[in-house]
Design a protein around this ligand. Sequence first.
Ligand code: URA
Length: 208
Amino acid sequence: MAVYESTHSLVKHKISLLRDHNISIKAFRELAQEVSTMLTMEATRDLPLENKPLTCWSGDISTPFFAGKQPTLVPILRAGLGMLDGALKIVPCAKISVVGIQRNEETLAAESYYENVVSDVAERTAIIVDPMLATGGTAKSTMDLLKESGCKKILAVFLVAAPEGIAHIEQYHPDVDMYIGAIDSKLNDKGYILPGLGDAGDKIFGTL
Ligand code: URA
């Protein structure tokens, strides 16, 4: 597994802005989408290519295009929806597979309540988008579900991750590469990332 923490100055700057306790819902939404665009750019840099013939202004050439089918973006409900438009800026033809996994706030266990994965996921790279990798339970369950559906290649994009969540994915899905805006210190006793962003879903949906 590769764990990639962005070194891009603008990503670091925008994550700092996201951490501001007094941030508006509008600014949080916009910044979450912007960072998602930048991280999705990083995540897709090694998608497989194949040369195809093309007639261009100077004649016939062989030039690289995506090999096979477009990726499928996998927002984890509900907070992942706050990254979807940003990710789509990089892969505008991607299919979308929606997964609803929520954390039981008492046990912290991940529970699935909705699944709509593209039928040909076996032929696509799946790119999971979720703002926060906390315990890793939700991301792990989504990866389980994608693999059970036949998916062979999974990437994951998170705005902020805790070391505990990264270790959890490393244990159960060592083949999944993760692209992360910032790796923070730890989880608190309620499963929130410190220093973190707070409840990203509440901030995106305005349900604070
Ligand atoms: N989900 C969030 O929105 N924030 C955290 O810190 C952890 C999980």
